[in-house]
Design a protein around this ligand. Structure first.
Ligand code: ATP
Ligand code: MG
Length: 52
């Protein structure tokens, strides 16, 4: 069993150092604003979308 799967989206409790960013984009989405999430490979885009 691999306790440290590599490369998959991570669950919200394992997303490091994105508290401010998540708060900001959550509040913008709640205001009805659309957004595009762009960034380099493996920067946690999918993890953030799944958490949202
Ligand atoms: N902020 C973070 N906190 C924890 N892990 C992170 C973070 N950013 C990247 N990772 C690591 O990156 C891996 C890939 O995360 P994720 O799939 O969400 O990224 P992605 O930007 O969607 O990648 P891809 O460009 O391949 O689609 C995770 O398994 C994790 O190991
Ligand atoms: Mg992805």
């Amino acid at each position: 069993m691999n306790l440290f799967p590599f490369g998959m989206p991570v669950p919200k409790e394992e997303i490091i150092d994105r508290e401010d960013f998540l708060r900001t984009i959550k509040s913008r989405l709640l205001m009805g604003q659309n957004l595009v999430l762009a960034g380099p490979r493996r920067i946690d885009k999918t993890s953030i979308v799944l958490e949202l």
